[in-house]
Design a protein around this ligand. Structure first.
Ligand SMILES: CC(C)(COP(=O)(O)OP(=O)(O)OC[C@H]1O[C@@H](n2cnc3c(N)ncnc32)[C@H](O)[C@@H]1OP(=O)(O)O)[C@@H](O)C(=O)NCCC(=O)NCCS
Length: 215
């Protein structure tokens, strides 16, 4: 059965917050990403260690185009999500992962809806892209529930797994009123260090650049 498009409920788990990824999350992120159930679901299945994750975190923290966030419930980490390569009115959505003990409770949909709503409503993005392995059914369904549309398929290596490229443009997001349930909660869920990190795309620039998603 094909995933239904744009069906994310918009419900937010109580007490959910998103903070920038930091050194204190390194061990948890390594545990999540190296879990044999999660590792094959990401495009980069390379081994990571706490040391390499700490070095990556320093780079991501200094990168003003990278909003990689950890989701907290009652102060404890339950997952992560990112908008990255936030440039010229476009961005990549990804690095989404929910701790296996907290899945199917709306956290993945909520953190995704919040970060995408921030991207469109506050950063002025015109288009958000995503890549997901074709065989990752929960990932594909999550993307479809957020309104992402399939653009094409590719492989990192000729013998590698098929990757689906998807896109979500702000007009489709607005038409489906996908952001409505999230926009009023942005300041409650997003730490100020998240909302102030990336500069908004200026409307004058937005008008000048052509988007591959807008026709
Ligand atoms: C994908 C993932 C982030 C979903 O997190 P989650 O908190 O369980 O997601 P939610 O409960 O918010 O579900 C949102 C939607 O995702 C889809 N979904 C999530 N888990 C699913 C599953 N096991 N099977 C089918 N669809 C699923 C559904 O469309 C769901 O909406 P619904 O509950 O109305 O049917 C989680 O399964 C995960 O961390 N997987 C491993 C990492 C990964 O694959 N990341 C995605 C890379 S593209």
């Amino acid at each position: 059965m094909m995933p239904s498009a744009g069906s994310c409920s918009g419900a937010l788990p109580a007490g959910l917050s998103l903070v920038p990824i930091a050194a204190e999350h390194a061990a948890t992120v390594v545990r999540w990403r190296m879990d044999p159930r999660n590792r094959p679901l990401f495009l980069t299945a390379d081994a990571i260690t706490v040391t390499s994750q700490l070095a990556w975190t320093v780079r991501a923290s200094a990168d003003v185009t990278d909003l990689t966030c950890v989701a907290l419930l009652a102060g404890g980490p339950v997952g992560m999500v990112a908008l990255y390569r936030v440039e010229r009115g476009e961005a990549e959505y990804g690095r989404v992962l929910v701790d296996a003990r907290h899945r199917r409770r709306g956290i993945g949909g909520a953190v995704s809806g919040i970060i995408i709503a921030h991207g469109f409503a506050r950063l002025g993005l015109r288009c958000i892209h995503a890549d997901c392995l074709a065989g990752n059914d929960p990932g594909q369904r999550l993307l479809a529930s957020l309104g992402f549309a399939r653009c094409g398929v590719w492989r990192r290596e000729p013998s590698g797994p098929e990757v689906v490229r998807l896109g979500l443009d702000r007009r489709a997001w607005a038409r489906a009123a996908m952001g409505t349930p999230y926009e009023r909660h942005l300041d409650q869920v997003l730490a100020r260090t998240v909302t102030t990190k990336c500069a908004p795309w200026a409307p004058a620039q937005a008008g000048a650049a052509a988007s591959t998603m807008e026709t």
